[in-house]
Design a protein around this ligand. Structure first.
Ligand code: GDP
Length: 478
């Protein structure tokens, strides 16, 4: 059992150089990329004053998350869908309308329970899981926490309104996450509905619909009259088949928290979307920095259930504390282990909060490029006018070589907002602010999450600095 010095430093949230120095003091001469054994690592950890038993995150990662599934146990699972789009284009209405199409709920006449995600059972016998929090803020926030729950994004565009600012944001957030997009052209019942215009506008964001020779499926729908809903569900099923979504249900459960809160009388409650395995009553688990033992499982119709398999959302009680949306959820062998891991994580988090790691800083990104860890410098561009935005994006697309290039994740006109910071954080990107400022929330978020916002007023300087950055020549003081 070995670990690299860098990895050990990361886990303790200490500087690599300090760890090397400490090792020297202990008489061990190594460089940052060399490995040391577990005993030595333990000595170092004690030297730094961290309380630690030889249990770590890696037990969860390697012991549970890491081990590959036997192919023979893989079964198809339901796709997980997030609905995104501009405000008032009908995301909530569409989610409600889709939910009402559940054949099982119709039969049972069950009461709908908003737990953060729900499943729709189709007449075909297949099902689709929808995340009940629409919009790209929640989507990207979860991604920033390391959770990739969404298999497919349904982009809602109102047929009478066309593509708006948040539609573009949603497109770019989905693209950054490399999640396939299905377009739902909503409000088709309105006399002003103009789906052709929507398709035309999609073109300028590189979303080419099938009728125009592309691969994007666009379905005209109305959340109000329910027109087109079966077609939309069919399109989701089709996309899911292409993705070949599979999971092994015959193992300890792993998943992601999609919602969590403290409730009077029930304690901490989390909605977990199981990704692999089957979650059962009595299972002991770790989630984020917390742990617990499953006391009750409640499904999206408010019914108590004994277990939940892949792609099934359930509300879990029996937590010792409240996790965050986007936290992982992993079943472990026993309480001792669960406690140790959650203690370790709490401590590591405390350390890294203190260290304010600054993961999005340009300098850090550069060292990653140099080490070959990343080959792209991802940026979010905000500017004062359309003209300068286009000029910057065009120029940046030409910067770089085969080894390293600039990738523009999102470009928009207007000040830097919180959504830009979340996107940058989730994708390890920096934010380029051209003749614009960041609003207060964005500045706070950037400071908290260590996202680098760089301000410019001359296009030449943007290009020059990104070029310099890529060739490793950037003055770190700049
Ligand atoms: P969200 O902000 O994207 O979640 O949008 P909402 O679902 O809240 O819908 C915004 C408004 O559009 C509401 O007044 C809805 O009643 C209306 N709306 C949503 N879908 C449709 C539709 O298909 N047709 C019509 N005519 N109105 C719709």
């Amino acid at each position: 059992e070995t670990i690299t010095v860098q990895e050990l430093a990361n886990r303790m949230a200490e500087r690599g150089g300090e760890v090397v120095k400490t090792l020297m003091k202990l008489g061990v001469m190594v460089t940052i990329n060399q490995t040391i054994d577990a005993d030595t690592a333990e000595l170092v950890v004690e030297e730094f004053g961290h309380k630690l038993r030889r249990v770590s995150d890696s037990d969860v990662e390697i012991g549970m998350r890491g081990d590959p599934d036997d192919d023979s146990n893989l079964e198809p699972r339901a796709p997980v869908v997030t609905v995104m789009g501009h405000v008032d284009h009908g995301k909530t209405s569409l989610l409600d309308a889709l939910r009402a199409s559940d054949v099982v709920a119709q039969e049972a006449g069950g009461i709908t329970q908003h737990i953060g995600a729900y499943q729709v059972h189709l007449a075909s016998g297949q099902s689709i899981t929808f995340i009940d929090t629409p919009g790209h803020a929640a989507f990207t926030e979860m991604r920033a926490r390391g959770a990739n729950v969404t298999d497919i994004v349904v982009l809602v565009v109102a047929a009478d309104d066309g593509i708006m600012e948040q539609t573009v944001e949603a497109i770019n957030h989905a693209k950054a996450a490399q999640v396939p997009i299905i377009v739902a052209i909503n409000k088709m019942d309105k006399p002003e509905a103009n789906p052709d215009r929507v398709k035309q506008e999609l073109l300028s964001h590189d979303l080419v619909v099938e009728e125009m020779g592309g691969e994007i499926i666009a379905i005209p729908v109305s959340a109000k009259t329910r027109e087109g809903l079966p077609d939309l569900e069919e399109a989701i099923q089709l996309q899911a088949e292409i993705l070949e979504l599979k999971a092994n249900a015959l193992r300890a459960a792993e998943g992601v928290v999609v919602e969590a809160r403290l409730e009077q009388g029930r304690g901490s409650v989390a909605t977990v979307l199981v990704q692999r395995g089957t979650l059962r009553m009595g299972d002991v688990f770790v989630t984020g920095n917390e742990w617990g033992r499953v006391r009750a499982l409640i499904n999206d119709r408010g019914e108590r259930v004994e277990e939940a398999g892949p792609s099934i959302p359930v509300e879990v009680t029996g937590l010792q504390g409240t996790p965050h949306a986007g936290d992982d959820f992993v079943v472990v062998e026993d309480e001792t282990k669960a406690r140790e891991i959650s203690e370790f994580r709490s401590e590591a988090k405390r350390q890294s909060d203190m260290a304010r790691s600054g993961r999005g800083s340009l300098e850090q990104m550069l060292s990653k490029i140099k080490e070959g860890e990343i080959k792209e410098l991802s940026v979010v561009v905000k500017s004062d006018v359309q003209g300068s935005q286009e000029a910057i994006v065009q120029a940046l697309n030409k910067v770089g070589t085969d080894e390293a290039r600039v990738r523009v994740l999102h470009a928009g006109v207007g000040g830097v907002n919180e959504s830009d910071i979340t996107l940058a954080r989730a994708s390890d990107a920096i934010v380029i602010a051209f003749n614009v400022r960041a609003n207060a929330q964005a500045r706070d978020a950037a400071r908290r999450d260590g996202v680098d916002i760089r301000y410019y007023s001359i296009i030449y300087n943007v290009v020059d600095e990104m070029k310099a950055a890529l060739s490793g020549l950037l003055d770190p003081e700049q």
